[in-house]
Design a protein around this ligand. Structure first.
Ligand code: BDR
Ligand code: CA
Length: 310
């Protein structure tokens, strides 16, 4: 059977790192990892993508550096959430894996032009993808679909009262992607919390595996754990990017979704980056987003655990 081919675009911090390891230990064929600034500066996200491939210990797709800032806004990073190195302030040693020459946006376009049946998984702000669409919308129409960790409908993760970080960091880029015509599956914050949260018991399970990856999954997220304890009084690691990756690896994890016409607010200082879902079909526009509303959280966790085994 042919493996499903994907490009992963990431602003690699601690939950992206787990997602990358999962992808490289799955049946997916990852053609490239393209990095953007977001959680961290571009220099740090590219370093962490290289480190994640070391921990995956399977194969290393070409890794490219891309946009170092959003299209319009000033970059706001999330080091307070993931640590100054983005990996729980573990300060892992410099990986041997090197970056590929060339820009991430060119790499995305080259793959879109020369391959068939390639999808995109996005784990960060959509700057690289939007740039690729602006440069060559026809080539990007060949991308079969985008699975994006992004957005929210009831909750937020603290950057504002009504927006999710990846979308909020570069709302202008999100607008370009939403209007691109590429089918989008959106994995919003709402399905990444609750039963999908990595509890103390789950962390003990991962640690008890006594594998490099089990340790990595927990340790690199220790700053995120402390952040959740401090900010929300919750003893959990939230794993948005691994949740989106799990949807790509095993689509049967999705147990609820709705196709919906989705826009983004960019002008209001109160609501910049908020996704607006037309659930009542008032605009009579075709749906541009398949919004995931429910997942099988136990299945998701089993997948995370499996990827941490030797
Ligand atoms: C998203 O923001 C980042 O902190 C995570 O890596 C994830 O991609 C969740 O809002
Ligand atoms: Ca991310």
């Amino acid at each position: 059977m042919n493996k499903r081919k994907y490009i992963i675009d990431t602003d690699t911090a601690s939950d992206d790192a787990v997602a990358l390891v999962m992808a490289l230990r799955s049946d997916l064929d990852i053609l490239a990892i393209t990095c953007t600034a977001g959680n961290l500066s571009l220099a740090k996200t590219t370093r962490n993508a290289r480190l994640s491939c070391t921990f995956a210990d399977t194969y290393t797709p070409p890794i490219y550096a891309g946009s170092d800032r959003p299209l319009v806004k000033t970059l706001v990073v999330g080091e307070n959430v993931h640590g100054s190195d983005g990996l729980g302030d573990m300060f892992y040693p410099e990986p041997d894996i090197q970056l590929e020459k060339g820009h991430a946006v060119d790499a995305i376009l080259e793959i879109a032009r020369t391959h068939e049946d390639v999808g995109l998984i996005t784990l960060g702000p959509l700057t690289n993808v939007a740039m690729a669409i602006l440069l060559d919308p026809i080539a990007m129409r060949k991308i079969t679909h985008i699975i994006a960790m992004g957005g929210q409908y009831r909750m937020t993760n603290g950057c504002t009262a009504n927006a999710e970080f990846n979308i909020w960091v570069d709302g202008e880029a999100a607008k370009i992607v939403l209007e691109s015509g590429i089918p989008i599956t959106m994995v919003p914050l709402d399905v990444c919390y609750g039963e999908a949260e990595i509890t103390a018991e789950d962390r003990a399970y991962l640690k008890n595996l006594k594998t490099a990856r089990g340790d990595f999954f927990v340790d690199c997220n220790r700053h995120l754990l402390a952040y959740n304890q401090r900010s929300y009084n919750k003893d959990i690691i939230s794993m948005p990017d691994p949740t989106a990756m799990a949807v790509a690896i095993d689509p049967s994890i999705v147990t609820g979704s709705v196709d919906v016409y989705t826009r983004i607010e960019l002008r209001s200082p109160l609501s910049y980056g908020q996704l607006i879902y037309d659930f009542y079909d008032r605009h009579k526009k075709p749906a541009n987003v398949r919004l995931i509303t429910r997942i099988d959280a136990q299945k998701f966790k089993q997948l995370v655990f499996k990827c941490a085994e030797e």
